[in-house]
Every structure is written in C-alpha cells, then in structure tokens.
Design a protein around this ligand. Structure first.
Ligand code: RNT
Ligand code: ZN
Length: 420
C-alpha cells in the first residue's frame, strides 16, 4: 500500500508537467526486450563437450566467476530464473552455437536444421518467450581467418551455407511463434595490420550476403539484419563489415541494420544514429551493451548513453520499427545478476524516454527557448522516476531494485554455487 502511495505521488508530479505515467507503463509493458542467451555461459555454446568461445577474432570474454551454465539444461534453468527478475514482455536471442544435438547427433554449422532447435521451440512455447536468432561465424575451426569475405571458396561457401541454414531455422521459429524472428549476421572478418586489398574482401562480402539473402522467406517469419563493428581485438586495422559497408548494404537492399553500442568510436553517439538510419533502412535492431574504452561488452546500465537511446527511441515515434536487444558478457560477476541488471536497465532506459513531455520540449526549441529545453531535460533526471519503475516491478511481480540483490543471492546459494 505504501508503495502505491509513492506511485500516486509520482503520477501527480509527472502529470503536473503533462506526462501520463500510466500510458508510459502500458507501452513499457508491451515492448519486448530480446535478451541474449550468451551471458550465461560466456558465449561458449554447447556444440560439443567443453565448447568455448574462440577460433576467431574480435570477440572476448574475461572473468571466471563460478557457477556458469555447463549444459543447455543449466542455461535454460538460468534464463528462466532471469525472466522472473525482468518485468514486462521479453524475447530470447539465440545463437546457432546453442543447437541441441541430444536427440539428433552432432551436425556441423553448414548442416544445421530446424530439428536441431526443436527443444528450443518447445521451450519458447512453454515459457511464452518468442525467439530471435544469430548465425554463428566464430568458435569454429573454419573461423580462424575470414568467413563470408574469405578468398577461399571452400571456406566462404561453408559459411554461406551456414547462414542459409540459420535463416531457415529463424523462419521456422517465426512460423511457430507467430511473430517474425530477427536473424542477425555479425562476422569478425578483418585484419590486425594494414590490408592491401580492402576493396576485394568487401566485394566478396557483398556477394556472399547477396547469395545468402537470395533465398526468400516470408517477412512475417523472419527479418534479417546486419551488424557492423569499428574494430576488434586482432582486427585493429581493418574490419570488412564496417559501419559504412553495412549502412550502404542495408540501405541498398532495404534490410534491417543492427547497432551495437560497443561497435563505434567511444565518442560517437549511437542514439543520434536512430533518426538518420530510420530514414533509409526499414527497421533497427539494437545490441545494447556498454563499451568501456573498447567493445568490452560490460553489463548494460542506466548511463547517459542508454538514457539517450531511450529518449531517441521514443522521440522518433517509430517504436514499432526499433527492436531492443541486449549483448554483453561479463564472466567476472554473478551471471544471472549481470543478465538481470542489463535487461532491466534497458527497460529503465525506455521508461526514461517515455516519461517525457516531448511536445513541450519541441515547443521550447521552436520558440528558441533553449534554456527551458535544457532545464526540462535536467528536471527529468530528478523526478520520482524510481517510484514509477518500482511500481512497475511490483505490479509485474518481479523484485524491486532493492530486492534484486537477495533474489540473485538466493539463486546463487541454491543453484549456481553447487555447480563444480
Ligand atoms: C561481437 C558482436 C556480436 C556478438 C554476439 C555473440 O562484437 O557484438 O553481436 O557479441 O553475436
Ligand atoms: Zn553485438
């Protein structure tokens, strides 16, 4: 009851400046966040005994906190736990390296089929969590160098076939769940030192992507997107799939673009890209992350970058064209807690954007009253935002921020700490 009093008070404070907190919460509740599956096992996947991230460039996990999921069953158990800690609608973003071979026997990446994900489809139905998907172009013997932009036809064809298979799997997800599966393509292809043939690899990547996407699947089942990167560890001098490459590619093919918060120069404002990109590409997928000095994939938190994302997502008025997903992997802290914090922070950022009077802000701007615009932006930071968030958590039956620590500690005590 006391909690509700706090919400009533917050509602009044926001209403005084023309903001409807009930309406904001309705939108927040209905807007899914596609949570990545790979925080729970440090991006290892479960293709074979002892699978681990590796065999390529551009992606790294640090930390060795005890209790990481060792099997698909443990990973699913952990994910189910996390979804009891995250309010509102959610989706799960899977990687191809999380196939389930227990009933079928092993299949290499170029031989994957929907049947290798049948147990995920069941899981999705049981938990009412729709699935998104990613081809996996790393952690594989054929991913030591270039993949889709390889000059070796055998290697290239292997990965083209992989992506085609993944699109089929994604389409199968979409068909089953009645909402399109977002299928993402990220490759690490690049070079440590100054390349001689920047152009050549990019031409090859273009034709590989065209080949992959030449197979048509209904748009109601699958939406494809491509993810750029500015540099990676081991690809400091050149990344084939740069932002310019994919921006041009997505624009010319009317394709979705994925914006990962860690894949730009640290001083670039990713939120500023939304309004530009949506003029030329149909939709945007986000990998919300937190780069610290580089694409370190720290746990997403409610920092200025994320608040600006929340604001811009709302201000463009195209929430239906923007898909919020997470992408971080910190192996140095409790992984369930990491997942919960990052996914909740994404929802908080959206709520922050929703709890603003944009009409008034635009009015001040058009009047040239930039002081008032700035003052209003400052005001948003100290309004009882936390009371609205807490009310949302309580009404969705998940822990408040203060309760989260114990909820995670209980699960650690009862479950993850028992893993050898
Ligand atoms: C890597 C990309 C990519 C991966 C996942 C696992 O830099 O961000 O999205 O993190 O596909
Ligand atoms: Zn990413």
């Amino acid at each position: 009851m006391i909690k509700n009093d706090f919400y009533e008070h917050a509602r009044e404070k926001y209403a005084e400046i023309g903001i409807d907190t009930d309406a904001a919460l309705k939108t927040l509740r209905a807007t899914p966040v596609s949570m990545h599956c790979w925080q729970g096992d440090d991006v290892g996947g479960f293709e074979h005994e002892g699978s681990a991230l590796g065999g390529g460039n551009g992606i790294q996990v640090t930390g060795n906190y005890p209790g990481k999921a060792r099997t698909l069953a443990e990973l699913r158990e952990d994910i189910e736990k996390v979804f009891t800690l995250v309010p509102g609608a959610n989706r799960l973003n899977l990687h191809a390296s999380y196939a389930d071979f227990s009933e079928t026997g092993f299949a290499d990446r170029d031989s994957l089929e929907p049947k290798h994900f049948a147990s995920w489809i069941d899981w999705s139905k049981r938990n009412n969590i729709p699935l998104d998907f990613n081809s996996t172009f790393f952690s594989h013997p054929k991913a030591g160098g270039m993949t889709l932009s390889s000059k070796d036809k055998g290697i290239r064809d292997f990965w083209i076939e992989h992506a085609k298979r993944c699109r089929e799997i994604g389409a199968a997800f979409g068909k089953e769940q009645g909402s399109a599966c977002i299928h993402n393509i990220w490759i690490a292809d690049g070079m440590k030192d100054i390349p001689a043939d920047r152009n050549g690899y990019r031409k090859i990547l273009e034709s590989s992507l065209d080949e992959i996407l030449s197979v048509n699947h209904p748009a109601d089942f699958i939406k494809d997107c491509v993810e750029s990167k500015v540099f990676g560890i081991g690809t400091e001098s050149y990344v084939v799939g740069s932002h310019e490459f994919y921006m041009g590619y997505a624009t010319s093919r009317n394709l979705m673009l994925t914006l990962d918060m860690g894949h730009f120069h640290p001083t670039e404002n990713v939120a500023d890209k939304i309004s530009s990109m949506l003029m030329f590409v149909p939709e945007i997928m986000f990998h919300l992350s937190r780069g610290v000095r580089w694409d370190s994939d720290h746990v997403t938190i409610l920092n200025d970058d994320m608040r600006q994302i929340g604001e811009e997502v709302v201000r463009t008025g195209k929430l239906d064209k923007i898909h919020l997903g997470t992408d971080f992997f910190d192996g140095s802290i409790n992984r369930i807690g990491a997942w919960a914090i990052g996914t909740r922070a994404t929802k908080k950022a959206l709520l922050f954007g929703l709890l603003q009077n944009n009409k008034k802000l635009v009015e001040y701007e058009e009047d040239g009253n930039y002081f008032a615009r700035l003052a209003m932006n400052e005001l948003y930071k100290t309004l009882p935002f936390g009371d609205v968030w807490e009310h949302f958590c309580i009404s969705e039956g998940v822990p408040t921020d203060a309760q989260l620590i114990n909820a995670v500690a209980d699960y650690e005590k009862n479950v993850t700490s028992k893993r050898a």
